[in-house]
Design a protein around this ligand. Structure first.
Ligand code: AMP
Length: 394
């Protein structure tokens, strides 16, 4: 395995156009997939201005924040919460792991506590991310008598419809299901004067642009909008210009890749079989908790079966699995009941799982952004992680 460090200065992630791996790059430019991990340091020190006590948040919310164990605001929370409380539109350039969820949930919950007629629509790209937002919502809304309805595909629509008929202030969901419910007149978007778009770049990657524009157009013209995205492409700028009012822009995207992720390639010789190579790797003790990425649903299924037959504690997630099976796989992975999770990019988006020791790109990702996103599932917080990418040796 050769090692070369990432060279040169790069423009921050959110200013760059999305980059596709060309076939040439896939074969040749593998040095970009190799670096040595630096110690777990932050690239840019940020001095937090506020404590949670400083925010003009309802004391019951502060109590719930403390109960969740949050001691001080993260940079995005520090910068976004005061402005969101003042009613400003915000564009936050922030990726998963920055604490963006609390940055939008807390001011919105405060608003609803002061005015129970307020309703908040939260759009997320994937069911998993919507579930994570709901989980955080439940912690912050504990004992406040504020209800949310989760509207995601792959789950029982009738149960969602029943909940929609009861009083609720928040809807958390994915664009497809929300549009479906709206078109069946089960959801009245004209009463939602607050909207959050989470991981806008992912939503656009997944082809939700028309659904998003459609849904935003149904909301009242005078509304409060908060958009979050790891990257701000031209298409997103356009969306911002069309739908937001003089938004405040906050950026906490600090670096392209976590310095505490060691990246390397595994070269597969023509006489080697990738499945045999991965089996050998996974036998090793240091591969404690491993997320393996495959490109297609069928490829993920095949690899899962091969590993399962070999006796590994493994499960898989992709878009064709039922929601309950996806949730079960994630829960088992989170709780260390399985050691290996094989996933497609879409299914693994926005996942916040502690302690993943290795990410293995069994198949090369389609885009540079996907690569960054995949390897960011390890080396979280102060921990070190390893990302390995399988590359065919010519
Ligand atoms: P997010 O970027 O919103 O997905 O948050 C990433 C992780 O950070 C989640 O596990 C949150 O529970 C956690 N988190 C968010 N804000 C704070 C905070 N102020 N202090 C400690 N942990 C936090």
């Amino acid at each position: 395995m050769g090692r070369r460090s990432f060279g040169g200065r790069r423009r921050p992630l959110h200013f760059r156009e999305k980059k596709k791996f060309s076939p040439k790059e896939k074969g040749f430019d593998v040095c970009k997939l190799v670096n040595n991990a630096a110690p777990a340091i932050k690239t840019k020190e940020y001095n937090t201005l506020n404590s949670f006590d400083d925010f003009a948040l309802d004391s019951r919310l502060k109590r719930n924040v403390a109960a969740k164990g949050y001691k001080k605001p993260t940079p995005i929370q520090d910068q976004a919460i005061p402005h969101a409380l003042r009613g400003n539109d915000i564009v936050g350039a922030a990726n998963t792991g920055t604490g963006k969820t609390a940055a939008f949930l807390l001011p919105m919950l405060h608003k609803v506590l002061n005015d129970r007629s307020q309703r908040v629509l939260i759009l997320a790209p994937t069911r998993e991310l919507a579930l994570q937002i709901e989980e955080e919502f439940n912690a912050f809304a504990n004992d406040l008598g504020i209800r949310s309805v989760l509207c995601i595909g792959g789950t029982n629509m009738l149960a969602q419809i029943r909940k929609l008929k009861k009083h609720h202030n928040f809807i958390i969901g994915t664009p497809g299901r929300i549009k479906d419910l709206f078109q069946r007149r089960l959801l009245h978007l004209e009463s939602f004067r607050n909207v959050i778009l989470d991981e806008v770049d992912r939503m656009l990657d997944m082809g939700f642009i028309h659904d998003i524009k459609y849904l935003l157009a149904q909301l009242p013209e005078k509304r409060h909008s908060l958009f979050f995205s790891a990257t701000i492409s031209r298409e997103i700028e356009e969306l911002i210009r069309t739908f937001l009012q003089d938004p405040l822009k906050i950026s906490v995207v600090e670096r392209e890749t976590a310095p505490n992720v060691q990246q390397d390639v595994i070269r597969i010789r023509p006489d080697q079989n990738r499945v045999d190579v991965i089996k050998d790797l996974l036998q090793k003790d240091e591969f404690r908790k491993v997320l393996v990425f495959g490109r297609t649903k069928r490829g993920v299924d095949r690899l899962y079966k091969a590993l399962f037959q070999k006796g590994f504690k493994v499960d898989s997630i992709h878009g064709d699995k039922t929601q309950s099976r996806r949730q079960r796989a994630l829960r088992d992975f989170r709780e260390n009941k399985i050691r290996i999770l094989v996933a497609t990019d879409v299914a693994a988006r926005g996942l916040d799982i502690d302690d993943v020791s290795h990410v293995i790109n069994f198949d090369m990702p389609n885009t540079h952004d996907d690569y960054i996103h995949r390897i960011g599932r390890t080396g979280r917080g102060d921990k070190m992680g390893i990302a390995l990418t399988f590359v065919d040796e010519k």
